[in-house]
Design a protein around this ligand. Structure first.
Ligand code: SF4
Length: 230
C-alpha cells in the first residue's frame, strides 16, 4: 500500500476499500434491507472513515462499526447505543463539542481526539475474522503514522488492545506481548513512545450490565487527557 499524504486522502481510500468480500457483501445487504426503525435512511453501507481532529494527541480505537449505527450514518460511534454512551463522556472531558451524535452532519467537532477502529466494515455478529482484522491493519498503521501529535491510545475493548499491540509488532518495536495484559484502566508505555490505556468497550452488553459505568469511562478519558498533556 502506497503511503497516504494526509488523513483526508487516507479516509477516501478506506471508504473505497474492498479487501474483505464477506464484509462488503454484508454491509451492502444491511444497507439494502435496513432496520424497520431506519427505513427512511439512506444507509452509508461502506467502510466507515475515521473522524476527529488531525492534530489529535489522543486516539480512541474501537472494534468495528455497528451494522445499524455507523454503517448507517457513516461516522464512528454515531447513531447507536455505544455512541450514546461514548459521546457524552467525550463532551464532558472536553474532547467533543456536543454530547449527542446522531448523523454525520450534526455539527459535532472533536478537539484533541481522533476516533477509528481495527475493522472499518461492520461484521456479522460484531465479529471480524482474524483474516479480516489482518487485512484492515495497514490502515491503522498509516493512520498512526499520519497522526503526528499522537501520544495516547485509548483501546476500547480487548480486540482493539490486541490490534494496537499488533501494530507495534508490525513496526518491529514489540518483541514480546507477555507483560501487556488487557484490564480495564491498565496503562502501558509502548516501546514506540505511545501510551496505551485499556478500557472496556462501551457496548450495550457492558454498559447495560454495569460492567462499564459512566464514572469508570469518565476516568479513562480524564486520564487520557492528563497523559497527553491536555
Ligand atoms: S474491513 Fe477494512 S480491509 Fe476489510 S474491506 Fe473493510 S476497510 Fe477494507
Amino acid at each position: 500500500m502506497a503511503a497516504a499524504k494526509t488523513l483526508a486522502i487516507l479516509n477516501k481510500r478506506i471508504v473505497a476499500c474492498e479487501l474483505c468480500p464477506r464484509l462488503r457483501a454484508y454491509i451492502a445487504d444491511v444497507a439494502r434491507e435496513k432496520r424497520r426503525a431506519y427505513r427512511e435512511w439512506e444507509y452509508w453501507g461502506r467502510p466507515v472513515p475515521s473522524f476527529g481532529d488531525e492534530k489529535a494527541r489522543v486516539l480512541a480505537l474501537g472494534l468495528a462499526p455497528g451494522a445499524h449505527g455507523s454503517n448507517r450514518t457513516g461516522r464512528p460511534f454515531t447513531g447507536d447505543g455505544s455512541g450514546d454512551f461514548l459521546y457524552p463522556v467525550l463532551h464532558e472531558t472536553g474532547f467533543a463539542s456536543q454530547p449527542t451524535a446522531t448523523r454525520r452532519d450534526d455539527g459535532m467537532v472533536l478537539n484533541g481526539l481522533w476516533i477509528t477502529s481495527v475493522a472499518r466494515c461492520a461484521p456479522p455478529g460484531n465479529k471480524p475474522t482474524t483474516e479480516e482484522l489482518r487485512s484492515c491493519a495497514p490502515w491503522l498503521d498509516e493512520e498512526i503514522r499520519l497522526l503526528m501529535n499522537l501520544r495516547v491510545v485509548v483501546c476500547l475493548g480487548r480486540i482493539a488492545f490486541d490490534g494496537l499491540l499488533a501494530h507495534e509488532a508490525r513496526l518491529g518495536r514489540l518483541v514480546s506481548r507477555a507483560k501487556f495484559t488487557f484490564a480495564h484502566g491498565a496503562e502501558y508505555a509502548l516501546p514506540g513512545g505511545l501510551i496505551a490505556i485499556a478500557s472496556y468497550h462501551p457496548s450495550l452488553q457492558n454498559t447495560n450490565t454495569g460492567k462499564l459505568t459512566r464514572a469508570m469511562f469518565l476516568k479513562i478519558f480524564m486520564r487520557a487527557r492528563e497523559l497527553a498533556g491536555l
